[in-house]
Write a protein that binds this ligand. Structure first.
Ligand code: KG4
Ligand code: ZN
Length: 329
């Protein structure tokens, strides 16, 4: 069975084709990063307009030369995400499904992230713990089984990637700040600044990063940023790693799960990976790092999840929602 996946929840326009028997046939992602760069963050209205402009070209590439009539079902991200951006993907998916008389499957973007590791590691077994750290989300999830997810920890304010991006802005680095902070930190002293580790020792698995960002703001006041950029980057990154490692250690103990899976753009950070690898050795669980293209927003995970879902009714009503807690799946 061939499932087409369409993703437009934020600033990536993506289309992929997944075959239940042979896996991913083709996948394409168009990133709007250059469009939003000068604003220092994603501008929702510009995102929607650009999805409209690009979706046909992305679809033509993402279907990988396969005859559209050979596609069995059409899956798309219905939420959570930017409403205007989601509507573009939904309208396109509805148009295709109507014209071809194929089933239409609205899917939850976060659920797709939780299950994306199966694209790269079909051998993974339930249950596992997922650490989803991106620009929009910071979640620790107990993935017990298909459609059985428990969010056991989440950020109470900024997402991890958002904190990287805001600190990047303070350090006059280009958007998105994450990869630039990682690069700058290579030449810095991770203990020069004693930044706070918010909620590190709280009893729960929740996270908080806005206090850390504010601490960086105060540290950069009256400072020659160009001289201290590396040290601040390294010290900030160290604080994030310290909190994440502590919470993951706790989460693995609490769930008893034997596997940890990383997802989200921040999972590209090599220092964070090295810290989790150390935990893997010490604590005896296995860490899986899906390929970066499946960690960040993509349509392969949407097509894959769409292939597992049962067909829904009332498909031509709008299903998009900016908020869609996984507890409501
Ligand atoms: O999953 P993603 O591509 O998109 C959404 O959040 O929608 O994640 C992007 C986030 C940005 O905040 C970016 O700064 C962060 O991932 N990021 C990183 C690194 N690469 C990307 N953060 C820290 N270190 C990195 N190497
Ligand atoms: Zn995402």
């Amino acid at each position: 069975m061939k499932t087409l996946g369409i993703e437009t929840s934020c600033d990536e326009t993506a289309v992929a084709l997944y075959d239940s028997a042979s896996g991913i046939i083709s996948e394409t992602v168009y990133s709007q990063i250059d469009l939003h760069k000068k604003y220092g963050g994603v501008v929702p209205e510009l995102a929607s307009r650009d999805h409209c402009e690009k979706i046909i070209d992305v679809f033509n590439e993402g279907i990988g030369g396969v005859d559209i009539h050979k596609v069995d079902r059409i899956a798309y991200t219905a939420g959570p995400g930017l409403l205007g951006a989601l509507i573009v993907g939904e309208s396109f998916a509805q148009g295709l499904a109507f014209a071809l008389d194929k089933p239409l499957i609205p899917v939850n973007h976060l659920e797709a992230h939780f299950l994306s590791p199966f694209l790269d590691f079909p051998e993974i077994q339930y249950p596992f713990t997922s650490l989803l750290i991106s620009g929009g989300h910071s979640l620790i999830v107990d993935v017990k089984d298909f459609e059985d997810y428990e969010i056991i920890g989440q950020s109470l304010d900024d997402a991890v990637g958002e904190a990287f991006d805001k600190v990047g802005k303070l350090l006059q680095l280009p958007y998105p700040g994450g990869p630039h902070i990682e690069e700058a930190a290579k030449n810095g002293d991770p203990v020069k600044y004693d930044f706070p580790r918010p909620m590190k020792n709280s009893d729960d698995l929740n996270l908080s990063f806005s206090g850390l960002k504010t601490a960086v703001l105060y540290a950069t006041k009256d400072l020659d940023i160009s001289e201290e950029r590396s040290n601040i980057s390294a010290s900030f990154q160290e604080a994030v790693i310290d909190v994440l490692s502590t919470k993951i250690k706790k989460a693995m103990k609490q769930t008893g799960n034997k596997s940890l899976v990383m997802a989200g753009g921040v999972a590209a950070n090599k220092k964070i990976r090295a810290a989790l690898d150390m935990l893997e050795e010490k604590e005896g669980f296995k860490v899986f790092y899906p390929s970066i293209k499946h960690c960040t927003d993509n349509a392969a995970m949407i097509a894959y999840l769409g292939s597992l879902k049962t067909e829904s009714k009332n498909i031509y009503n709008s299903n998009v929602r900016a908020r869609w807690p996984v507890s409501e799946i």
